[in-house]
Design a protein around this ligand. Structure first.
Ligand SMILES: Nc1ncnc2c1ncn2[C@@H]1O[C@H](COP(=O)(O)OP(=O)(O)OP(=O)(O)O)[C@@H](O)[C@H]1O
Length: 604
């Protein structure tokens, strides 16, 4: 046999923690991440900003119109015309501002929807090792709570910042036209508010990020508790877990309050400073009116501009704060988007069979495979080599922790070997398009998970849809007919969260039926019948033996009684294959197998 060159796989960012913290500063530029979310909505946002701007410009013209009304009245002219213009400006300004608000809110919804679609899509394509080093609850929080923050704070914030800046600039120009001295007073105030915002806004962003991290921790703790709900209750650990959740909630409250405090500081400082500005302008303006430098109407118009400017400054300050909140959320979302995903490609189809024939059974080979779950952890496979020809039943036995399940994970390419080669049909699994590789395989995991949904959903999970005949066939093979008949709505009965309305043995049979429905060329069964009663186990053994006539079947078995008739048995120990043979051959020549058989009272 030609020796394949050892293949070193790329170790990516598997060991980098996902969550930023005091010792682990955020790696992502939140502002840039936030802008990338907004970019696709730029046209709609521009329309919203322009509408809002037009509305604000109408508002801007109102003090001038008011000045005309007063001047006309002072000269004894009829004021009906200017009053009508003033009223029209008020109404049109309101309508335009409202429209702008609506358009921006629509774009906010689109931003959130796009972020959620992209993120959930990505979450489902994450590599298995990447998911193993994250907290699922935290990932869920990022897809729900962080994306919600984008809605709260983005297009409106950008609009507020853009409109606020432009209107502030325009108002300042108008004020300058009215009186330069009063403008000087006002500009000093605006500069002071600007300094406050520059100092405070990064703190709002940091506090928000910490709050979101705590929200993620709550999600993770809840996921842990609800995922093992019965164990939690049986262990009487409700209070302990509640304490963990309360701590995270308390931390979230504290950081949330910190963010609120900084927001309050900037809002209060800007509001108070603007009020002081009013008083100063009133005082200085009054003196200038008395000295005859300006008229009363000019002072009134200037004050009206100042009234109009105050909420704009508040809006600007608020917009910057909101932008910081959105940036913190976008940074957390971006962290997930940067995690390594699988290139699954288009939905896979198994290798085609010659027309009218059953699909050909697959061959599997491990050659000098070395594998550790993470750098720094001991090798789980040291130099694993074996070959499984097409068809037949091959059993993997050996002590717990020997690396049997790991072998299945490497075939499915959930992980990649550090050295050596795993091949299907003679081709390295890394060279297969991933979806096509997996389409060839039916896999029943050790704990036979069943998903929330109906029994039919669970059976057709890997095939999309199936005819009634196909379903009936696999139900019979997996000895599930009785179960389907017993359920109130048959196949369309909801089997509950994680199939909690099914027994452990029923869940195993559902998993087997699901795998068989795919008509796989390779069937991997990991302890797939461990929870079945004797009658069902014997029947399923016949089903597996039948399948092995046309398909390559690999099983991991703890009970040797289930595999004594296998075509070949691979004995694994401490990450190595120590012997391969039939039951009789291994009894004769392998001491570990003999010992396993003796302890299980098989050796006669
Ligand atoms: N996701 C993982 N991350 C880190 N280590 C793991 C992971 N999965 C398994 N291991 C470790 O790898 C070793 C082999 O595990 P594996 O599940 O392949 O053994 P096994 O032979 O199938 O055992 P069992 O018969 O108990 O199911 C064990 O020591 C286990 O602790």
């Amino acid at each position: 046999m030609t020796q394949a060159p050892p293949v070193e796989t790329r170790r990516t960012s598997d060991d980098e923690p996902l969550t930023a913290g005091p010792d682990n500063p955020p790696r992502t530029n939140g502002h840039r991440a936030l802008l990338s979310h907004l970019r696709p909505q730029r046209t709609r946002m521009l329309a919203g900003v322009l509408l809002g701007l037009l509305g604000s410009l109408m508002g801007l013209a109102q003090p001038l119109a008011a000045k005309h009304v007063m001047d006309d009245m002072g000269r004894g002219h009829p004021a009906a015309g200017p009053v009508a213009v003033l009223s029209a400006l008020v109404v049109a300004g309101g309508i335009l501002a409202g429209l702008g608000h609506y358009v921006l809110d629509r774009s906010a919804e689109a931003v959130v929807c796009a972020a959620r679609r992209r993120l959930t899509d990505r979450l489902l394509r994450l590599r298995v090792p990447v998911v193993e080093r994250t907290e699922p609850g935290d990932l869920i929080a990022r897809a729900t709570s962080d994306t919600a923050l984008l809605r709260q704070s983005t297009p409106q914030a950008v609009s507020a910042a853009v409109t606020g800046t432009l209107i502030t600039a325009a108002t300042v120009v108008m004020m300058g036209l009215l009186d330069a001295v009063l403008l000087g007073v006002t500009l000093a105030v605006i500069a002071f508010v600007g300094v406050v915002v520059a100092v405070v806004s990064p703190r709002i962003g940091r506090a928000t990020r910490h709050t979101q991290e705590e929200v993620g921790r709550i999600g993770a703790a809840l996921e842990r508790a609800l995922g093992a709900f019965r164990t939690l209750k049986a262990s009487g650990a409700e209070q302990r877990e509640a304490a963990v959740l309360h701590r995270a909630a308390e931390h979230a409250r504290r950081t949330g309050v910190r963010a609120a405090a900084w927001e309050a500081v900037s809002a209060t400082v800007s509001a108070v400073v603007v009020q002081i500005c009013f008083l100063v302008v009133l005082g200085v303006g009054g003196a200038r009116v008395t000295s005859g430098a300006i008229g009363v109407s000019t002072l009134v118009a200037f004050l009206l501009y100042l009234f109009a400017l105050a909420p704009r400054i508040g809006q600007l300050v608020d917009g910057v704060g909101q932008f910081q909140i959105g940036s913190a959320a976008a940074a957390r979302i971006r962290e997930v988007e940067e995690l390594e995903v699988e290139d699954v490609g288009a939905p896979g189809v198994a290798a085609p069979a010659p027309s009218g024939q059953e699909p050909l059974p697959a061959t599997v080979a491990f050659h000098e495979v070395r594998f550790a779950y993470r750098p720094g952890l001991p090798d789980v496979h040291r130099r694993v080599s074996f070959t499984v020809p097409g068809c037949g039943l091959t059993a993997f036995v050996g002590p717990s922790g020997a690396g049997k399940t790991t072998a299945f994970s490497l075939i499915e390419r959930f992980y990649e070997p550090d050295a050596g080669r795993v091949s299907l049909d003679g081709k390295d699994v890394r060279e297969w398009p991933l979806a096509e590789l997996r389409a060839n395989i039916g896999y029943v995991e050790q704990d036979s998970p069943v998903l929330a949904g109906t029994l039919r959903d669970n059976l057709t999970l890997g095939v999309g849809e199936a005819t009634a005949d196909q379903l009936r066939h696999v139900l019979r093979l997996a000895r599930l007919e009785g179960v389907a008949d017993r359920l109130p709505q048959g196949l369309d009965t909801d089997v509950g969260h994680r199939g909690c309305r099914l027994s452990g043995g029923e869940r195993q049979r559902v998993a087997i039926a699901r795998a068989l429905l795919r008509r796989p060329r390779l069937l991997l069964l990991d302890e797939a019948t461990s929870q079945l009663d004797a009658a069902n186990e014997a029947a399923l053994r016949d089903t597996v033996a039948d399948a092995a006539r046309t398909t390559t079947v690999l099983v991991v078995a703890h009970r040797l009684s289930t595999v004594t008739t296998a075509d070949r048995i691979v004995v694994m120990e401490a990450g190595c294959v120590r012997a391969v043979g039939t039951h009789a051959q291994l009894l004769a020549r392998d001491s570990l197998y003999r010992e396993l058989a003796t302890t299980q009272l098989l050796h006669r």
